[in-house]
Design a protein around this ligand. Structure first.
Ligand code: PMV
Length: 317
């Protein structure tokens, strides 16, 4: 087979990843735990075609030159002993221009499609995770479904709990559109180099991971939610103390965080997280998602609210 299509869901970190310890292999300075989502993601088709004289890449119907995509093809060709050029066609099912990161699902779908199109053996090969990680540091987490840990040492993903085993929802409040001001890659390098809190961020991280693993094992949403908020705020404190400061927040970010806090004081089990952007994501039981959706939609400056649920790992179509 020289052609394959794969689909992957985006993932949102609960215990966050920020900072690299090896730029070339894209190995993280800290481990992370994430939730792979069902409703938002990427689809990628790779066709190794002997008639082609060069690789090509089309994303959402627009032709692009992306060295990371071509690097992924090279890495797969090297393992498979292939020299054939490929055509890559990818789509993001994340709403267009929502500004939500789709790089992780894009990397997982691309690497998986290329791997299978090149005829490499099925199953989660560590080399497939390595190839995915080179493209996106958080990408290997999307190879697996449900709650997933990315191990700091190996850079490999491990499933902690399948999607079907816990009735969770992630309600995503989209605030503002367009690309982020500073990419994660550039921001992480800046924090490592200049933030006085970076060393503390790394040193205090293993305890969060350990506590989160226990909370997941016991399906203790409150415990997990508290850890998630703390990990998020520590990451943003580290970002803010970088030189120059990495400030991803907007006024509506605070309003959305306050809306989540207000729900909690009314007894709803809901906790917030954010990534390298202004959007706010709320973790809750699936039965509470409609209420969280309503509250976030009524918040000033929130453009759109999406209810998502845990999803499977990357699959071939
Ligand atoms: O994989 P990247 O380079 O897009 O980095 C992801 C970084 C955060 O979203 C801020 C945190 C995380 O663990 O996903």
């Amino acid at each position: 087979m020289l052609r394959a299509t794969a689909e992957a869901g985006i993932n949102i970190a609960l215990i966050k990843y920020w900072g690299k310890r090896d730029d070339e292999l894209n190995l993280p300075a800290v481990g992370s735990i994430s939730l792979t989502l069902c409703e938002l993601g990427s689809r990628s088709t790779v066709h190794f075609d002997p008639a082609l004289s060069a690789d090509s890449f089309v994303l959402d119907t627009v032709e692009r030159t992306d060295p990371r995509v071509f690097g992924t093809l090279d890495a797969v060709r090297q393992i498979a002993g292939l020299s054939t050029k490929a055509r890559v066609e990818s789509f993001n099912t994340v709403p267009t221009a929502s500004g939500l990161a789709s790089s992780a699902s894009g990397a997982a779908a691309l690497a998986t499609a290329a791997w299978h199109a090149a005829g490499l053996p099925p199953g989660l090969d560590p080399r497939l995770a390595d190839i995915t990680r080179i493209n996106s540091g958080s990408g290997p987490r999307s190879l697996l479904g449900g709650l997933v840990e990315l191990d700091r040492e190996s850079g490999q993903p491990v499933q902690l709990l399948p999607a079907a085993d816990w009735d969770l929802a992630m309600v995503v409040a989209v605030l503002g559109r367009g690309p982020k001001a500073v990419s994660s890659r550039v921001g992480m390098a800046r924090s490592r180099k200049s933030s006085p809190y970076f060393a503390q961020w790394v040193a205090s991280h293993p305890a969060d991971l350990q506590a989160a693993r226990a909370a997941i094992m016991h399906r203790d949403l409150e415990q997990l939610g508290v850890l998630m908020e703390h990990s998020t705020q520590k990451m943003h404190a580290c970002m803010l103390a970088s030189k120059p400061a990495l400030m991803y927040w907007r006024p509506a970010t605070i309003a959305a965080l306050e809306a989540i806090h207000a729900l909690r004081t009314k007894g709803v089990g809901v906790w917030s997280t954010m990534d390298a952007g202004p959007h706010v994501k709320a973790l809750c039981q699936r039965g509470d998602a409609a209420q969280v959706h309503r509250a976030l939609l009524a918040t000033d400056g929130v453009d759109e609210v999406l209810v998502t649920t845990p999803g499977p790992g990357t699959r071939l179509l």
